[in-house]
Design a protein around this ligand. Structure first.
Ligand SMILES: [Zn+2]
Length: 275
């Protein structure tokens, strides 16, 4: 058997592991899934994904996420204003609209919020991002809900704001891309660390060190679908179905069995999100 065929067969085997997984961060409200959303969810269920959390990025996508959660048993939602493309600090009524969505039973977090300095180079807009982040951390504290944090090339400011404004807030640093040292500092402040498909890439850089080097009780599994598809499906649209592939890589790096690792990741999800 060729190497690539063996890799694909191993992947298919993992998708039939019979273990219980949650995709703690994805975006399934968009047009990427318009034609096959029901079939995609069915595939995920067959791969052991018992639940997924689809993220809002603004009011409209947060409403769509909430509506999907209301109609699909396995879907939960988060609501919030994402830093990418933000052009003003959310006003009180805009924050109240997000708060109102969280009154729905399956809207369980404030997200996706945070800082993105990779796409945003303008210091004035970065200031808006920081203010929006602060206001949503405060909202999460008021509502007693966990937050899902996006941090792209803004590690220093994200850490500083989480330390200052995140007191008493539970949360996860999603799709973590920093160093293991910084991850440990976040963990000390009570943060979970979300691991995605890039862990399976050959150029995963610092990520394997992070997956191996932080306390296992702080790791969460996520796909960030439709982006960041894990190997061997890289290049295609991502979907929650592929969580076991990320889990298997993580377990391998940590020298743990998939069963043990998956059970702990599942327990961590319950701990943070209550699902
Ligand atoms: Zn995301």
């Amino acid at each position: 058997m060729s190497e690539s065929k063996a890799v694909k067969e191993r992947a298919l085997e993992l998708l039939r592991s019979g273990l219980d997984f949650v995709d703690t961060h994805c975006h399934i409200d968009g047009e990427e899934y318009e034609d096959d959303r029901a079939a995609m969810l069915e595939r995920a269920r067959a791969a052991g994904i018992s639940a997924l959390i689809t993220m809002g990025t603004d009011l409209e996508t947060s409403r769509r996420a909430a509506s999907l959660a209301a109609h699909e048993t396995m879907v939960y939602a988060a609501a919030g204003y994402h830093p990418e493309g933000i052009d003003h600090v959310p006003a009180d009524d805009e924050l109240q609209a997000i708060a109102a969505l969280t009154k729905e039973e399956k809207v369980i977090a404030i997200g996706e919020i945070g800082l993105d300095y990779y796409w945003e180079k303008d210091e004035a807009v970065r200031r808006i991002q920081r203010e929006a982040f602060i206001r949503q951390l405060r909202l999460a504290r008021e509502l007693d809900l966990p937050v899902c944090i996006h941090d792209r090339e803004a590690h220093g400011n994200t850490f500083e704001l989480w330390k200052r404004e995140g007191k008493g807030v539970r949360g996860v640093l999603h799709c973590y891309s920093g160093s293991v040292e910084l991850a440990r500092e976040f963990v000390k402040l009570g943060c979970y660390i979300g691991i995605d498909g890039p862990l399976t890439y050959k150029n995963a850089a610092k990520l394997p060190e992070v997956a191996a080097g932080i306390d296992g009780s702080r790791l969460l599994l996520e796909t960030d679908s439709p982006y960041l598809t894990p190997v061997p499906y890289r290049g295609k649209r991502n979907e929650p179905t592929y969580v076991p592939l990320i889990a298997a890589k993580c377990a391998e790096i940590r020298g743990e069995s998939l069963e043990v690792f998956a059970a702990r990741a599942r327990a961590n999800t319950r701990e943070l999100y209550g699902i």
